[in-house]
Design a protein around this ligand. Sequence first.
Ligand SMILES: *[C@@H]1O[C@H](CO)[C@@H](O)[C@H](O)[C@H]1NC(C)=O
Ligand SMILES: *[C@@H]1O[C@H](CO)[C@@H](O)[C@H](O)[C@H]1NC(C)=O
Length: 529
Amino acid sequence: MVPSRSKRPSILLLIASIIVIALSDVVNSAKILCLFPTGSKSHVLGPQTLLKHLASRGHEVTMVSAFPLSKPVKNYRDVYVPIQSGFDTMMSKFMQGGSRNMFRMMPVVAKISMDYNNDTLNSPQFQQLVREERFDLAILGYFMNGFIVGVGSLLKCPVVMYISAGFNQVVNFVGNPQEIASVPHLFLGNKNPMTFMDLVKNTLLSVFEAGFITYIESVTKSYYYYNFPTEKGFPTYEEAKLNISLMLCNAYFTQTVPRPMLPNVIEVGGLQIKSKPDPLPQDIQAWLDGADEHGVIFLSFGSNLKSSSLREDKFEAIIGSLGKLKQRVIWKWDTDQMPRKPANVLIGKWLPQDDILAHRNLKLFITHGGLGSITESMYHGVPIVGIPMFGDQDHNVAQVVEEGWGESVSFDNLTESALTGAIERVLGSERYTQKIQNMATLYKDRPQSALDLATFWVEYVVRHKGARHLHYQGADLNRWQRSLLDVLVFLVAVPFVVFKILGVLLRKLKKQKQKAADANRVSKLKKKY
Ligand SMILES: *[C@@H]1O[C@H](CO)[C@@H](O)[C@H](O)[C@H]1NC(C)=O
Ligand SMILES: *[C@@H]1O[C@H](CO)[C@@H](O)[C@H](O)[C@H]1NC(C)=O
């Protein structure tokens, strides 16, 4: 029969191509380990998104962290290692209005983070992985824990570093040019161009930072050599750092400033943001859908700060202000009940922030100003009122105010009238929303999504077994070599030595000539008499 004859080859072709695809999947599938011992859930959102995507492409991924996925995903295995929540007391002190001086806080934060990491490396769960399994790649989450680079030689596989923030000197393990004259430090804000006084500040900041890095690295080394002793054949800390294949940074230049980047430093800002939001929990969906023309305000202090530990007067100020608004409010609240909760406020412990910000009725985000929150808000075109609390949040919020898509209320000035004033200013004018929508457009206009870009480079490193050819030779140079001081010395020294030798020779020649002339004269005189 004619029809079946023409069908059979196409079915065979289909089966053959399925087999080929299945086989090629097996061939290309890699075993990837991600290690991110952190107490901040917001820091693991990016890697989780990336790993889920890698899993969907057939790779076998393992995530070692304190934050397992809530729903299991095929090819994705969580190795849960709980960590002492050393940050909690610090966070509740912030919420009580305690000192937020980051310069004093930094060494404490660094120590806590290194202890988390040390505990995880020494946990039975991680040790078992090391003993029993082989991996093709390790993705290591960075937060003041540089010593975990040793995991590369422990597992004998290439290393990709993931940074939850923008690229900076503290994580510059690959020799990226620093350019103090043209790249403003985070603490200076994203100034482009910088004035002369900015340059002076930038220079001083870089000197201060170099001191901080020296300190951090010295602490890090003691953790490194405890876990990866050279006597047991591990490379030195410096060698291990130079062996990093790739750095993924959760930042993007339209949000900061343009800067030189090596081919192995990849900006994947917005990695955690879904281009299509997931369905919301029913109560949240109904609350958002059912809002009138005034819309909904979302309030969250992020994943570390607990709203329930807010100082009493600050809490009163916030509910006083929110309770009088025409808008509905969603507040990320960490206990089951909120005292004196206004009727227009809905509370929830686990809120999908990215999906809520994506809702068309969402008008304003009241946020502590963490980088992830600021980025998601910008991406979805939602203006903000920032209440910065610690770390980079002051700078993030100041930047938003400068860019014109939000207002700031400092914790010290947080009163009912100050908060209401800021909310009314932002909601009362179109200019905030217009500004943010322009920025969102620029942020999204890329040749490929952050997720696809990160995926490409991770697979690239696997394909090329560490992609050693990406290594920048500048990474191997010290400060003097990088500024060519050794060559300058050489260039000055060579002519100097040559001239010196020539001078000596000339003088010798002159002397000989003189001698010869003298001898000549003497013999002439002798002949005369
Ligand atoms: C450097 O990384 C490669 C894999 O990319 C690994 O085989 C090698 O052992 C590492 N060397 C050192 C000194 O860590
Ligand atoms: C790392 O953890 C181990 C085991 O828990 C501990 O003995 C060691 O002192 C820690 N290292 C440092 C540098 O604190």
